[in-house]
Design a protein around this ligand. Sequence first.
Ligand code: FES
Length: 99
Amino acid sequence: MVDTDLVKVHFILDDLLVQAPQGTPLQEIADHAGADITFGCRSGSCGTCRVRVTSGLEDCSPAEAEERDFLASLEAPADHRLACQVCANGDLEIEYLGL
Ligand code: FES
């Protein structure tokens, strides 16, 4: 059995605190936890999954160009991410915003 580091993700509005293996996609964690985040395209182009990362922004996987461009088009602050594009590389606190 391989030891996998676990990370903690807190979905603030749902008051859900869950653990997942480091590097797990945030949408997988949210789906599994039953967090109230609406996913549409799941490919970084609709924005329904927009969240604010209130803690652990540095532990999110880096944004690809498409996500950066989309968020820039919304003039979103630096702590906004598209949940369908993030992997949790450390402990995160997530606040769902939507579009
Ligand atoms: S579900 Fe569409 S951008 Fe994330």
